[in-house]
Design a protein around this ligand. Structure first.
Ligand code: IPE
Ligand code: IPE
Ligand code: MG
Length: 233
């Protein structure tokens, strides 16, 4: 593809509704959704995407029934057990944003080990947003910058937009070019508010487990026909 977005962010929504439609428990939808992460990650890497940020668990998702939360905590182990080898073969580097300290120790270890084992890979960054919330992220950034001012490292008048970007969890990644949300809802649900300032948005009714590589390529084609003006003409 001639003009592939560098940074794509996806709100992988609709696992529960997908499962319900099949007469299955919501957890079956999450499982199927995790299989689709593999499909889309491999496809995105082949297309030349540099960073793929996937919303996997929000700071708000803790209020779901305990059973569902527990299942979601166990999914990373299942996912990396099945697919880490393949991610390695595809030269994909795993990364995380969010406060994973809140996760059970074994889940955390699985995540950290995937990051560690793929850290020298030079292909696409597969960045999972886990226990991630944009307002929380911005709040933490404000605290860090306030500390810098307090200790005299920084003057208030010198704080600029770049400083804020650099204090976010996405500091080392470029702003998002293209944001996809599956399964019909047209909202951000506390995802990357700052980083999406000039992103192109794409909403589709297709549920995440049904969002195939062909659907993904269709979305990128739509992106390629958009005209990004950034306030200019
Ligand atoms: C997205 O699917 C996955 C997570 C939020 C973890 P949902 O679980 O939100 O599925 P729906 O929106 O209820 O169908
Ligand atoms: C957003 O989906 C979070 C993830 C996809 C991980 P939700 O299903 O939690 O969002 P709302 O509740 O519909 O806004
Ligand atoms: Mg949902």
């Amino acid at each position: 593809m001639e003009r592939c977005p560098k940074h794509i962010a996806i709100i992988m929504d609709g696992n529960g509704r997908w499962a319900k439609k099949q007469g299955k428990p919501r957890t079956a939808g999450h499982y199927k959704g995790s299989e689709n992460v593999r499909e889309i990650a491999i496809c995105a890497n082949r297309l030349g995407v540099e960073v793929l940020t996937l919303y996997a668990f929000s700071t708000e998702n803790w209020i779901r029934p305990q059973e569902e939360v527990n299942y979601l905590m166990k999914l990373p182990a299942v996912f990396f057990e099945r697919y880490l080898k393949e991610l390695m073969e595809n030269n994909i580097r795993v990364s995380m944003i969010g406060e994973i300290d809140a996760f059970p120790l074994d889940t955390r270890n699985v995540l950290l080990s995937a990051i560690e084992r793929t850290r020298n890979n030079t292909g696409m960054v597969l960045n999972f947003a886990m226990n991630y919330g944009s307002r929380r992220e911005i709040t933490l950034a404000c605290r860090e910058i306030a500390e810098e001012v307090k200790s005299g490292i920084k003057q208030i008048d010198d704080i600029n937009e770049d400083d804020i970007s650099k204090h976010l969890m996405t500091a080392i990644y470029p702003d998002v070019d293209f944001m996809i949300r599956t399964s019909g809802e047209c909202r951000l649900s506390n995802f990357l508010l700052w980083q999406l300032a000039y992103a192109e948005f794409y909403f589709t009714d297709v549920a995440w487990p049904d969002f195939t590589p062909d659907e993904f390529k269709k979305a990128i084609e739509v992106y390629n026909n958009r005209h990004r003006r950034y306030g200019g003409l």
